[in-house]
Design a protein around this ligand. Structure first.
Ligand code: FMN
Length: 212
C-alpha cells in the first residue's frame, strides 16, 4: 500500500480479532515494524520502555488466560508486550547521555545543562509518577506501530484486555525493573474476520475538534 493515500491506509487498518494462522509474518517485515517502534518519539528522547517480541508458543499459552483467552494471543504471528522501565534513575540518564555523545560526536560537558533539566523534570519524580509517565511513552510507540503496520498492510490488534500483574509475573518483569503497559498482536487478518468490512465508528469532526 506504499502508493496509497495515507488516510486510506488508516481506513484499511482495524483492530484484528481473528488472525490467519496460516499466514506468517516474515522476519524482514517484523523488523520494519520494530524499527518504526524504535524510531518513535518520546519525552526528552528517553524511550523509557522495552518491548518483548514473543514468538514462543509456550510463553503465549501461559499468557493467554491472563489476556481473558483472547484468541489473538495465540493466533497472531507475534505478541508484542510493551513494558515500562520502572527504574529511571541517574544511571539510566547517564546511559542516554553517553548515547547522545557517541551518536552525535559531542562533548559530555555540552550536555550538562540538558542533564540538569532532565534530572529536575523526570528523575527527581516519584517512582510511581515515573512509571505512569513511562507507560504513556510506551503508548506513543504503540501508536507508531499501528500506523507503520497499516502502511505495510500488516495487521495489528492493540490490546489492554489483560491483567498486567499476571503478565509481569509470567514474564518475570518485576526482577527486571519492567512493568507491562500495553500489548499488541501482529500478523495477518483471517478472511472470515467480519470486522474488516465494518464502517469505522468515530466521533464527528465537530465533536472531536475545537478550533479557537
Ligand atoms: C489501547 C487499546 C487497547 C485495546 N484493547 C483491545 C483488546 O484488549 N481486545 C480487542 O479485541 N481490541 C482492543 N482494542 C481495539 C479497539 O477496540 C479498537 O481500536 C476500537 O474499537 C476502534 O476500532 P478500529 O481500531 O478497528 O478502527 C484496543 C485498542 C486500543 C488502542
Amino acid at each position: 500500500m506504499t502508493n496509497v493515500d495515507y488516510l486510506d491506509q488508516l481506513k484499511w487498518r482495524y483492530a484484528t480479532k481473528k488472525f490467519d494462522t496460516n499466514k506468517e509474518l516474515a522476519e524482514k517485515d517484523l523488523e520494519k515494524l520494530l524499527e518504526a517502534i524504535r524510531l518513535s518519539a518520546s519525552s526528552y528522547g528517553l524511550q523509557p520502555y522495552e518491548v518483548y517480541v514473543i514468538k514462543d508458543e509456550e510463553t503465549r499459552k501461559k499468557l493467554h488466560p491472563a489476556a481473558f483467552q483472547q484468541p489473538q494471543i495465540l493466533d497472531a504471528s507475534y505478541l508484542l508486550v510493551f513494558t515500562a522501565i520502572t527504574k529511571i534513575d541517574e544511571a539510566y540518564l547517564n546511559d542516554y547521555i553517553d548515547n547522545i555523545v557517541e551518536t552525535r560526536n559531542m562533548k559530555k560537558e555540552d550536555l550538562s545543562g540538558m542533564k540538569d533539566i532532565i534530572m529536575n523534570a523526570v528523575i527527581s519524580q516519584s517512582d510511581e509518577n515515573k512509571t505512569e509517565w513511562a507507560k504513556k511513552q510506551a503508548y506513543i510507540a504503540l501508536g507508531n506501530l499501528l500506523s507503520a503496520a497499516a502502511h505495510y498492510q500488516i495487521d495489528v490488534c492493540p490490546m489492554e484486555g489483560f491483567d498486567p500483574s499476571q503478565f509481569d509475573d509470567i514474564l518475570g518483569l518485576n526482577q527486571k525493573n519492567r512493568a507491562t503497559a500495553v500489548i499488541a498482536t501482529v500478523g495477518f487478518r483471517h478472511k472470515d474476520d467480519g470486522l474488516q468490512h465494518a464502517d469505522k465508528v468515530r466521533k464527528s469532526k465537530e465533536e472531536l475538534f475545537t478550533r479557537i
